[in-house]
Design a binder for this molecule. Structure first.
Ligand code: DPP
Ligand code: ZN
Length: 864
């Protein structure tokens, strides 16, 4: 397989300042004529040969300056054309079959509509073109098609003309004045209805807003529309960014590989990030919609106005835009809860990536298939890296840095280096050493030891960036220390207060920091707000954790203290380092800590819900060099049961209290709903009969999806006739609502029920299951892959099911298939018997005769 390297970047030999596309639309035959005005790039290598990328395209006709030519040649899937002069007009015709496009890249059909997905390299499945993000063009798009089948015709920019023909077809012409790379091109044709609205920008531009959906779905678009208007306003206020066209369209599509796509002026969304009403969407769904709507809208500046020079710079737009959407959601809701959720996602998805076979820096050095690099590292760690710059600069100086970045790079295809330099210059930071965060992979480990003598408190910190596997010859044998900004506070044990938060930057392998004026040893609160994406190793007395869990005024640090209390207990218990008495004593300490959280009247319920969440099994597994998933699962479940038993009275009282709160979207009611299901989860472990009774009542009384799904999830994990009845009721109630039926699949595949693998196999045969819809595939199989007791069943059956899925899905949709490989790729960190089974499964996949590049890259790297 060929490896693409960052260091090999060459500017394009030819530029395409303008392109005109003409589509004669049909579901199984769409004729495309593309007219490229090309110009030799003065900064290119001067080659006469223009490379036009293609992917399964055949040129039906090639014309240069109006004359048919036949001296073009194919180089693999690409078309090469020699051009003599400085500027030419190149015209190529191709024919596509959208209905046969199951990969969902390029132009494809979904429920009778036509739509496109071009990022990263889908445009080359539509037209021969230099498919690279540093070729920016203005687009003119004409499309024609059957008016009855495709009454709505959309593309980027503004609609400039429409018309009808006598034969029942109609046409539209769109023009996008903003030059863009082809990955931001989009076209949609179908029978759609819109929620129409408008927004007036701060300089008085009136923007028409439309959210297009299939008929019948329009009543579920209001939350998305409200989120969109809040996004427009927020970006003006927080980053000074204003929208730049008179029209902003969103289209919801049910067959979609990603969450959503930021095409200029025409965002295409997975229905799951658009459609919501209380009856069918949970509170988390509402939050996710707000976050993704914001994310895609914010790309208009961080991604579209300033795009990426090449795909190695992906984090330039994605890391920055994730940070922007996190800040937006924090401002719209609870910053404390949002921060905790974001860290939980980072630890669940990115830390394992960083310590596994697919580790890569946020700016990778090489790839085989770019689709595999839309990762938690590029997105979430990328956001953390930029967040650290903001922490060190402070909000105002950081804003000066981003203003400078947008000013300097507007209209260009930029690099991560351009971003860092703008922050350096605009914020007045020296980021020389900090650039290591872009080139080194691996989660740094910071070890903390403390000393108190006289009235001085001393902190000794060491950092280690662990070695990570390096593929394609890009070895990084030794890592260098990086600047790690750590927020900290020193608490007085008596008063429970501190003298103010400080920011330290640890930038050497080993460093000491002293604090005078502490007659008695303070309690250290470190990495507050998760100021750096590192793992902290700090042996400390349990009392200090209990103290911080009760007193820390930084919400994240308080959560972290609670997590540490549980994590250290479970690690010791799993490693069988605990005598029975010690185990009981530690469990009791956790009972006490949780009880004070349950009873703390100063806490709001959303935050209380965060503090009650036990560390995930995946995160616990990460704490071991080699983990035993059964032991972790058993010990964690046993702790849950202990807590459910010991706290039964408090949990029942809690469930009673929150069940009385009526439905609304305000924070108090959302907090109540979060706790309702959490109380049931603990009770299910400690007092299953009581939990069953309450879950049935909650299910039947539910007037919203959060309560109904939560109750059903608990019931799905328990035995008894009610389980089947409730599942059947749910399925019948929401038949035909694809997003809700996805939940029905997920909660069975994700359940604690001992027969979950049998259930999953039956679900794969259910008439509602299909391999052709990525949401449905993920609903069943991703839920299973992240369900530790199912996936890691000692028989290896969980691995087999995921392995079979990858092999069957690869020929249909390689991009989605490849997403399942990392779960098996973790084998080195799992105990030997299971590791052998996981590895065997990867080998079975590798032995398939014609694997996609996507799956092949992930499998080889996972085995290598
Ligand atoms: N649509 C994906 C995202 O917004 C890729 N750009 O992150
Ligand atoms: Zn994005």
């Amino acid at each position: 397989p060929s490896v693409i390297r960052r260091e090999d970047y060459q500017p394009p030999a030819w530029l395409v300042p303008e392109i005109a596309l003409d589509f004669a639309l049909g579901l199984d035959a769409t004729h495309v004529t593309s007219k490229l005005s090309v110009r030799r790039n003065p900064d290119g290598n001067g080659s006469r040969t223009m490379r036009l990328n293609g992917d399964q395209l055949a040129p039906l006709a090639v014309r240069v300056d109006g004359q048919a030519v036949n001296d073009w040649r194919l180089d693999g899937p690409d078309l090469l054309l020699d051009l003599a002069g400085e500027a030419h007009e190149v015209e190529i015709e191709t024919q596509l079959n959208p209905a046969a496009n199951s990969q969902l890249m390029g132009l494809y059909a979904s429920h009778g509509m036509l739509c496109t997905q071009c990022e990263a390299e889908g445009f080359r499945r539509i037209a021969f073109f230099p498919d690279r993000p540093d070729v920016l063009s203005t687009y003119r798009v004409r499309m024609s098609g059957d008016k009855a089948a495709f009454p709505i015709l959309l593309s980027n920019g503004n609609c400039e003309a429409t018309g009808e023909s006598a034969d029942g077809t109609h046409w539209a012409e769109w023009h996008d004045p903003w030059p863009k790379p082809c990955y931001l091109f989009a076209l949609v044709a179908g029978d759609l209805v819109a929620n129409h609205d408008s927004f007036t920008t701060r300089s008085g531009r009136e923007v028409e807003l439309n959210i297009w959906v299939r008929k019948g779905d329009e009543s579920r678009t209001q939350h998305a529309m409200d989120s969109l208007k809040r996004s427009f306003r927020w970006d003006e206020q927080a980053f000074g960014r204003e929208y730049d066209l008179d029209l902003f369209n969103i289209v919801a599509v049910s067959d979609f590989n990603m969450g959503a796509m930021e095409n200029k002026g025409l965002n295409v969304f997975n229905t799951r990030y658009v459609l919501a009403d209380p009856e069918t969407a949970t509170d988390s769904d509402y939050d996710a919609i707000e976050g993704v709507i914001g994310h895609e809208y914010f790309h208009n500046w961080s991604g579209n106005r300033v795009t990426c020079r090449d795909w190695f710079q992906l984090s330039l737009k994605e890391g920055f835009t994730v940070l922007r959407d996190q800040m937006f959601s924090a401002d719209m809701g609870s910053p404390a809860v949002k921060r905790i959720e974001d860290v939980r996602v980072l630890r669940a998805a990115q830390f394992p990536e960083d310590s596994g076979p697919l580790a890569h820096p946020i700016r990778p050095d090489s790839y085989q298939e770019i689709s595999n690099f839309y990762t938690a590292t590029i997105y979430n760690k990328g956001a953390e890296v930029i967040r650290m710059m903001r922490t060190m600069a402070g909000p105002e100086r950081f804003r000066a840095g981003t203003d400078l970045y947008f000013d300097r790079n507007d209209g260009t295809a930029a690099t991560c280096e351009d971003f860092v330099r703008a922050i350096e210059d605009g914020a007045g930071l020296d980021l020389k050493q900090f650039r290591l965060w872009y080139s080194q992979s691996g989660t740094p480990q910071v070890t903390v030891t403390t000393q108190h003598s006289g009235d001085t408190f001393t902190l000794k910190l060491t950092q280690l960036v662990p070695p990570t596997p390096n593929h394609d010859g890009g070895a990084q044998p030794e890592k260098q220390p990086m600047p790690i900004p750590l927020k900290l506070a020193l608490f007085d044990r008596e008063t429970g207060t501190h003298r103010g938060e400080e920011l330290l930057v640890l930038d050497q392998a080993e460093q000491s920091f002293s604090f005078a004026g502490y007659a008695s040893a303070p309690v250290l609160s470190i990495n507050r707000g998760f100021s750096a994406p590192v793992a902290i190793d700090f042996e400390r007395p349990v009392e200090d954790l209990v103290f911080l869990a009760a007193h820390d005024d930084d919400a994240f640090a308080r959560y972290e203290a609670m997590q540490s209390l549980v994590v250290r207990h479970l690690i010791a218990a799993v490693s069988s380092n605990l005598a029975e008495e010690a185990r009981t004593a530690e469990r009791e300490a956790i009972v006490q800590a949780l009880r004070s959280i349950l009873l703390d009247e100063a806490l709001d319920d959303l935050m209380r819900g965060e503090l009650l969440i036990l560390p995930a099994e995946g995160y616990l597994a990460e704490q071991f060099l080699v983990a035993d998933p059964s032991a972790i699962h058993a010990e964690r479940e046993a702790l849950k049961a202990w807590l459910g038993t010991k706290l039964r009275g408090d949990l029942e009282a809690l469930h009673d209290r929150v069940s009385a709160v009526p439905y609304s979207r305000d924070a108090a009611a959302r907090g109540a709903r979060k706790l309702k299901t959490q109380a049931l989860t603990y009770l299910a472990a400690g007092a299953p009969d009581e939990a069953r009774r309450r879950a049935i009542a909650q299910y039947c009384a539910a007037d919203n999806m959060t309560d109904r799904q939560g109750a059903l999830m608990v019931l799905a994990g328990l035995d008894g006739p009610e389980r089947g009845e409730a599942l059947a009721d749910f399925h019948g109630r929401y038949a035909g609502n694809a997003l809700v039926i996805d939940k029905w699949f997920s909660l069975q595949a994700g359940s604690l029920h001992p027969k979950v693998l049998e259930h999953a196999k039956a679900l794969a045969e259910h008439p509602d299951f299909t391999m052709n819809n990525p949401n449905r595939v993920r609903a069943l199989y991703m839920a299973l892959a992240v369900n530790p007791q199912a996936f890691h069943a000692p028989s290896g059956e969980g691995y087999r099911i995921i392995g079979d899925l990858i092999r069957r899905l690869d020929p249909i949709n390689p991009q989605t298939a490849a997403r399942f490989v990392p779960s098996l790729g973790r084998w080195r960190r799992i105990e030997p018997a299971r590791a052998a089974l996981m590895r065997a499964e990867l080998e079975r996949i590798a032995a398939e005769p014609s694997l996609s590049k996507d799956v092949l890259e992930q499998v080889t790297k996972s085995l290598g």
